[in-house]
Design a protein around this ligand. Structure first.
Ligand code: NAP
Ligand code: MN
Length: 265
């Protein structure tokens, strides 16, 4: 079995990566940066986002495993003192593969169209003031948005930025895309829906820039400053991200542990 490791770069994550390679070597696993079957991310959820974007072109043939070196993550379920157990399972067991939906994001500027795949979300935010953009759903005008920005998230990303702006948490077995507003302006002149919406698979939305404006576009942890945005088209991707599960890691347990803590009986 071919694997690779991507670590956050801090001393603890690096040390764990070295230890992982030693253990994996002694159990007959083969390191391969070019064509791994399993990508082990050591750090936090952000490290998994980096690992994903590094292997996005081979996404159909890799599965991810996350080891966290800080707090329990949404993507990283293994703890730093469980490396032996994990390597042993990787060498001897066939994991359960869990697949989560992603978002396809097509960004059109004056210089052309660039396509991205997001694990968590795409965001569009203003640099010098209010963002003005028209939102179309399935090629029909839905609303004119004025405000700080828009978050378009995947189900696995629904617990990240989307949650901070009041979006719903969506179980990743639901193939959908969520559009959430960041501080929309609502008064007698300007009107937006005000609540977030979920689009099903095969629907798409376009965010069309309606003035000359400097915007920041983020795709997960990636950040771009854009002066000439025309539109951003978003839909549920045909690709999915695969996680190799050597033990169960139920989504709702992660939500409870991350946001609610221990429940006292
Ligand atoms: P970061 O500033 O470290 O990320 C912010 C927090 O989001 C971290 O605690 C991170 O966990 C956590 N996170 C990432 N993906 C998550 C998920 N799917 N569910 C729940 N929590 C998640 O930056 P980063 O590590 O490069 O991550 C980029 C992500 O940060 C973006 O995709 C965006 O979702 C999120 N973000 C959130 C806000 C906000 O809530 N206001 C603002 C900017 C960015 P780790 O510490 O384990 O990495
Ligand atoms: Mn982070």
């Amino acid at each position: 079995m071919k694997y690779t490791v991507i670590d956050r770069g801090d001393p603890l994550s690096r040390e764990l990566a070295e230890r992982f390679h030693q253990l994996a070597g002694s159990r007959g696993l083969t390191p391969s940066e070019e064509s791994p079957e399993i990508v082990v991310s050591i750090g936090g959820d952000g490290t998994l986002l980096e690992a994903f974007h590094q292997y996005v072109d081979r996404i159909a043939s890799v599965s991810f495993v996350g080891i966290h070196t800080g707090h329990l993550g949404f993507f990283a379920d293994w703890q730093k003192d469980e490396l032996e157990e994990l390597v042993e399972l990787m060498a001897s067991e066939t994991p359960n593969i869990v697949r989560y939906p992603l978002a396809e994001i097509e960004v059109e500027t004056a210089s052309g169209v660039t396509r991205y795949t997001a694990v968590n979300e795409a965001t569009i935010k203003g640099v010098d003031g209010t963002v003005v953009s028209q939102i179309n759903i399935n090629d029909e005008i839905f609303e004119m948005f004025r405000g700080d920005g828009i978050v378009i998230s995947t189900p696995p990303g629904s617990t990240a930025y989307n949650k901070s702006v009041g979006g719903a948490i969506v179980h990743p077995h639901i193939e959908a895309l969520q559009i959430a507003e960041i501080a929309s302006i609502n008064n007698r002149v300007y009107r937006t829906l005000g609540s977030s919406v979920l689009l099903p698979k095969h629907h798409h939305c376009d965010i069309i820039s309606k003035k000359e404006q400097r915007l920041t576009l983020t795709i997960d942890h990636l950040y771009f400053l854009i002066n000439d945005l025309r539109s951003v088209r978003c839909r549920v991707s045909n690709d999915k991200i695969s996680f190799a599960r050597y033990r169960p890691f139920p989504f709702w347990n992660r939500v409870r542990e991350a946001f609610l803590g221990d429940y006292e009986q």
